[in-house]
Write a protein that binds this ligand. Structure first.
Ligand code: UD1
Length: 363
């Protein structure tokens, strides 16, 4: 296992080894934003998450936050998911201890703008890691696979709310294309491999943070997404937020998205894993959203009223590649997984601000 560095070698004494033997879940990108919140929910549901992450787009301090919340360490392999031989080492190491219940694959690059400048990096990392992971799962007979996809696969849908039967429109960016290509790759692997059971989870816009403020979204460098930029601008760490265009054909002229609390999103992964355990060769795409659309200006207003603070912002030009409006029809996830969102937009925005304030205190 030459390429595998076990960062947290000694498992904390509080680990329940009996549970570990039967319920290990490999979480690629588990040190990232959605991955880390999912790790918390997995532990709460009795699973033993094993993080595989090379910190190419996350920060090791996430591990301290996880330890504060969980009161124990989580095992981590510092591995590039494109490295099939290193992945093989991870699986072998886990299988020595017990079963691998499933794999959740978050690890991917996700900045739309960067993907246009560096498409090869996106293709090789996002598609390469998915192929390497599927090959490793197949080699070891691991069947349950939860894939981190995105509503970007729909492009600008003809009808909103959008459901899972909507066609893939030409991707607006190399990033979007990698999500479409990965879904195709996974569904082809599913057709060929009888042991595979898959959920393709199409996220809308995850926001918020763990209510403790111990983990949250921690973009490296300049934030591309709305909420991290908004919180940093409000904290005075950035220039005022630029609202990208107010001349869209929406009620207030700004783009509409479906903002979902990251804890609700994380819970959906646990529900998906539990559902997969009972399936016999399933492959289902599921939208994960609230079903409500909010414009950029509505998000700013909701943030201000939830937190009692004003958000410095200006109106700027449109951002290339933005879709005008998209929000989810999430009925299928409710019917299949028995999952639905529990947190409001205001709660999510409160938790985002709490996380930003705590981050400054502890940096
Ligand atoms: C995009 C992708 C999504 C991906 C996500 C992760 C598309 C269509 N969507 O989401 O699949 O998972 O990135 O990075 O490719 N905004 C501003 N000012 C800012 C930042 C954003 O006004 O400084 C606006 C945007 O124009 C948009 C909304 O806020 O209307 C949300 O933007 P963002 O958080 O970047 O997410 P998406 O572009 O929706």
């Amino acid at each position: 296992m030459q390429n595998v560095t076990v960062v947290y070698e000694a498992m904390n004494a509080m680990v329940n080894f009996e549970t570990m033997k039967s319920q290990q879940v490999i979480v690629t990108g588990g040190a990232g934003y959605i991955g880390s919140h999912t790790v918390v929910e997995l532990v709460g549901a009795g699973f033993e998450p094993i993080i595989v992450d090379n910190f190419s787009n996350s920060h090791p301090r996430v591990l301290d936050g996880l330890e504060r919340i969980l009161n124990r360490k989580i095992q981590l392999f510092d591995v590039d998911c494109c490295d099939e031989s290193a992945l093989n080492g991870v699986f072998e190491s886990c299988l020595k201890r017990g079963n691998i219940t499933g794999v959740i694959h978050f690890a991917a690059f996700k900045a739309v703008g960067e993907s246009t400048a560096e498409p090869l990096k996106y293709f090789s990392n996002n598609i390469g890691s998915t192929a390497a992971l599927l090959a490793t799962m197949h080699r070891h007979g691991v069947g349950s696979f939860v894939f981190s996809s995105s509503c970007t696969v729909y492009g600008q849908p003809e009808q909103i709310p959008v459901d899972e039967t909507a066609p893939f429109l030409p991707a607006e960016s190399p990033y979007g294309y990698t999500k479409q290509a990965c879904e195709r790759l996974i569904s082809d692997a599913h057709s060929a491999h009888a042991e595979l059971n898959v959920t393709l989870l199409r996220y809308f816009n995850p926001i918020g943070a763990h209510p403790s403020g111990d983990i949250g979204e921690l973009p490296l460098g300049h934030p591309n997404n709305l909420i991290p930029f908004l919180t940093q601008a409000t904290a005075g760490l950035r220039d005022p937020l630029t609202v990208f265009g107010n001349d869209y054909p929406t009620p207030d002229g700004t783009c509409v998205r479906d903002y979902i609390h990251v804890i609700d999103l994380a819970r959906a992964h646990v529900a998906a894993l539990n559902w997969l355990k009972d399936q016999n060769h399933a492959c289902e795409a599921l939208n994960l959203g609230t079903g409500n659309g909010s414009s950029v200006l509505q998000v700013i207003e909701a943030f201000e009223s939830a937190n009692g603070i004003s958000v410095p912002h200006t109106i700027g030009p449109r951002r290339p590649g933005d879709v005008t409006a998209i929000f989810a029809d999430a009925k299928k996830a409710k019917d299949l997984l028995g999952w639905e969102c529990e947190h409001s937009l205001q709660e999510a925005l409160k938790d985002s601000w709490n996380w930003q304030k705590k981050l400054e205190q502890t940096s």
